[in-house]
Design a protein around this ligand. Structure first.
Ligand code: PHE
Length: 345
């Protein structure tokens, strides 16, 4: 072992230059790797004379520490590849912009409907999605054995109870809560998510969205209902829109009707969207059954009212002609992006 060898390596360390991480690693291997110069000196050290051990032990350790520190220093200075020896990234480059989200088609339709009824003086009311039997069925005049109360149609959260909890099957429950809470006159719409035990297909889903409405005052008649629906339909589907009402049945309204709007695609001539009839079904409605008013403490001799309800996916289907309900729930970005340019509502 010679002092000159040690000094030579120490000096070389001071002037060592590396441009890239690869060169730093090569330098490390050359000095400290298995066959490195410093490693070789340590091997020599085993064979030297005892008297020299004290002297060389110290310098050798100092040399090793110096080499390790120098390698670390070079490592932090070197670039990442052979062509780059500046900082690892160009901080002056413009960043990747965040992609702007877009409104979901169901939200767009809900907002449009809410805006229309707001203009007519309706308030928006919301209520719980997990409801009790009373607010979804009992207070709405459903007889005890009505099929909607069946497990085949309704998701129960707790069964075998006098007033079981369930996932609401319509937002009419919010109308009941409103009648319980608010003084007459009442004018509300109730948008919200509803649940029915249906097998998922292009035409049915176990989750969908509704907007239901309720209007209660003195002297409210079927003519008022008809006018409200006609005005709504013209705002929603265009000023030329016609409506027609077909008699129907709901436990909570009497009389009840189903409303069709004139097909705005073929203008009544008949096309595949309206299945050749010229009409599209959009909602259910009727005069609130006196039993429903009384159940919520409203005097049915003095007050009358109408109610209506529609499915938002159904309206969205008519608006954009997306004829598979599943698209509304799968969150496929290709589908959602289709609505990115829809007007901000
Ligand atoms: N609640 C009914 C449904 O979910 C819709 C409706 C509301 C019908 C109000 C008439 C009056 O299908």
């Amino acid at each position: 072992m010679r002092q000159e060898d040690i000094d030579r390596i120490a000096e070389a360390l001071d002037t060592l230059k590396c441009k890239t991480q690869k060169e730093v690693e090569e330098a490390r291997v050359k000095l400290l790797g298995k066959k490195g110069e410093i490693t070789a000196l340590f091997e020599d050290f085993r064979n030297i004379d005892r008297t020299e051990k004290a002297k060389f032990g110290k310098v050798l350790n100092e040399l090793k520490q110096k080499a390790l520190a120098r390698i670390d220093e070079l490592k932090s200075q070197a670039g990442n590849d052979d062509t780059q020896n500046g900082p690892k990234m160009d901080l002056s480059m413009p960043g990747d912009p965040f992609e702007l989200g877009s409104r979901h088609p169901v939200s767009i339709v809900r907002q449009e409907i809410v805006d229309i009824f707001r203009k007519f003086g309706y308030d928006v009311a919301e209520g719980p999605e997990i409801e009790d039997d009373y607010h979804v069925f009992e207070a709405l005049n459903f007889p005890p054995n009505h099929p909607a109360r069946d497990m085949q149609d309704t998701f129960f959260v707790s069964a075998g109870h006098l007033n079981p909890l369930l996932l609401r099957t319509h937002t009419s429950s919010v109308q009941v809560r409103t009648m319980e809470r608010m003084p007459v006159p009442i004018r509300v719409i109730c948008p919200g998510r509803v649940f029915r035990n249906e097998a998922i297909s292009a035409r049915a889903h176990c989750i969908f969205h509704q907007v239901e409405g309720l209007y209660i005052d003195e002297n409210v008649t079927f003519a008022d209902l008809k006018q409200a629906i006609l005005l709504f339909a013209r705002e929603m589907f265009g000023p030329e829109t016609q409506i027609r009402m077909r008699p129907s049945y709901f436990p909570f309204t009497e009389p009840s009707a189903e409303v069709d709007v004139s097909c705005n695609i073929c203008h009544g001539k008949g096309c595949n969207i309206c299945k050749g009839t010229g009409w599209l079904e959009i909602l259910g409605c009727g005069m609130v059954d006196p039993n429903v008013l009384e159940a919520s403490g409203i005097d049915s001799k003095r007050y009358s009212g109408f109610a209506f309800g529609m499915g938002l996916e159904r309206i969205a289907m008519l608006k954009w002609r997306v004829n598979d309900l599943r698209h509304y729930f799968e969150n496929d970005m290709r589908f959602l992006h289709e609505f990115a340019t829809a007007p901000e509502v």
